[in-house]
Design a protein around this ligand. Structure first.
Ligand code: NAP
Length: 248
């Protein structure tokens, strides 16, 4: 799982699953570029400091993943400053949960813009670099909710289902150029995104997980490392659930 000399770009890696993926891929020797938007300076410094201790090249970029031109600028800067782009992880994500009856148009578009349109933005902006290199691994973070649906998350589920269709399509388009695209669909992972759920709801989720524990960001990061590395060189267009068996 050696990523020595490879350039990795992860969207939304200032905390949570994105940060865990950054640390895991950096431990394997990858140079890490990451984006953030609303995180505090303290959180960003903490992420950068942890990465810098691993003796790799690191740079954080303030950028809204849902903004096309800002994303294009970041990708251009990464390629210029790091010399390549080998692994792209679309991780940035938000929720605006509500029953459809109460969901506003803004809630719908905010979630679609960050969770789905952002993946289009990054892939569109990096495709020429991948084609020139004749290699690349794209890892898109979806959710089991994108496979199954979830009451109160119509916007989120639609965005995460969209990620799966998008990824399978680009895997078909780009496979002949040795560019792979896969999806990770996490289940219940302990991060800020799930911490705001009530204790009783968290307990209810936990009871339905066959492996009898909630997931950790590192569980998702381990899968990302596999998909980033050459150990997965014959795997593309796939959805890998990291959910302790929750959706089985
Ligand atoms: P989190 O702790 O809330 O972190 C979300 C990350 O996304 C933050 O780093 C945030 O950065 C970034 N972000 C949000 N909007 C952004 C934007 N417009 N531009 C750039 N970055 C943005 O969430 P998480 O649990 O780690 O989730 C990471 C991914 O896993 C998401 O795609 C989520 O849907 C997916 N997922 C999570 C779970 C779970 O149980 N936690 C389950 C399935 C799937 P800033 O703070 O700097 O804005």
């Amino acid at each position: 799982m050696n990523l020595q000399g490879k350039t990795v770009l992860i969207t939304g890696a200032s905390r949570g699953i994105g940060r865990a993926i950054a640390l895991k891929l950096a431990t394997a020797g990858g140079n890490i570029a990451f984006t953030y938007l609303g995180s505090s300076q303290a959180e960003i410094k903490e992420t950068e400091d942890a990465l810098q201790q691993l003796d790799i090249k690191v740079k954080g970029f303030y950028s809204d993943a849902s903004d096309f031109s800002s994303t294009e600028q970041v990708i251009n800067d990464v390629v210029q400053e790091f010399g390549s782009l080998d692994i792209l992880v679309n991780n940035a994500g938000i929720t605006r949960d509500n029953l459809l009856l109460r969901m506003t148009e803004q809630d719908w578009y905010d979630v679609l813009n960050v969770n789905l349109n952002a993946a289009f933005n990054t892939v569109k902006a990096s495709i020429k670099t991948f084609l020139k290199q004749r290699s690349g691994s794209i890892i898109n973070i979806s959710s089991i909710v994108g496979i199954r649906g979830n009451a109160g998350q119509a916007n989120y589920a639609a965005s995460k289902a969209g990620i799966i269709g998008f990824t399978k399509s680009i895997a078909l388009e780009l496979g002949s150029r040795n560019i792979r695209a896969n999806v990770i669909a996490p289940g219940f992972i302990v991060t800020d995104m799930t911490n705001h759920l009530t204790e009783s709801l968290q307990e209810t989720w936990k009871k339905t997980i066959p492996l009898n524990r909630v997931g950790l960001p590192e569980d998702v990061a381990n899968c990302a490392l596999f998909l980033a590395s050459d150990l997965s060189s014959y795997i593309t267009g796939q959805v890998i659930q990291v959910d302790g068996g929750l959706l089985t």
